[in-house]
Design a binder for this molecule. Structure first.
Ligand SMILES: [Zn+2]
Length: 174
């Protein structure tokens, strides 16, 4: 294993030599050319980078989710979970038998302390921890101006905006 980790640091400067079956291996570390490495080396200090930023890369609608998938991966980083799901457009039969087209998207989900934050191309959704309080069965939604003022006081949300009332962000008090 130590040798494999050292091999990951090799930049294969001396080139490759041909072995059997037309395969080529690095003259220094022995890595087989065009074969994926299975270990990730991350620096102990500084920012850890894993993978490049991926986006949908085709205009085509694929037959199913698997064929449309570009990446669907999860990392647990010191107790916080980050999930990245990037896919092209595809046909889905999840809702009944009628095939619907799922749009291409890049969806990032963060989970921390029971709170889920979901970001895709069109919206940012935050789901609070429902285990902490007793909640009702129904779920409603509405813009602030659609909700009665006295009911708005139940929501611990602060909007940030500029002098032209342009939305800048929001804070949710726990
Ligand atoms: Zn090498």
């Amino acid at each position: 294993m130590t040798w494999e980790f050292l091999g990951l640091q090799c930049r294969h400067w001396d080139g490759y030599k041909e072995i059997e079956d037309k395969k080529e291996t690095c003259k220094i570390c022995g890595k087989v050319k065009d074969v994926d490495d299975f270990y990730y080396l991350l620096p102990q200090k500084g920012i850890k980078k894993l993978g490049t930023k991926l986006r949908p890369n085709s205009k085509k609608t694929f037959r199913n989710k698997k064929e449309a998938e570009i990446v669907n991966d999860t990392i647990n980083f010191y107790g916080a979970t980050v999930d990245v799901d990037v896919h092209n457009s595809y046909k889905s039969r999840v809702l009944g038998n009628k095939a619907i087209t799922i749009a291409d998207d890049r969806i990032v989900k963060l989970k921390e302390r029971g709170i889920k934050c979901y970001i895709d191309q069109h919206l940012i959704y935050i789901k609070i921890d429902r285990r902490k309080k007793k909640f009702g069965k129904e779920k409603y939604g509405g813009f602030p101006w659609e909700i009665k003022r006295d009911k708005l006081k139940n929501f611990p949300v602060i909007f940030d905006f500029d002098e032209k009332y342009q939305f800048l962000g929001l804070t949710i008090l726990r």
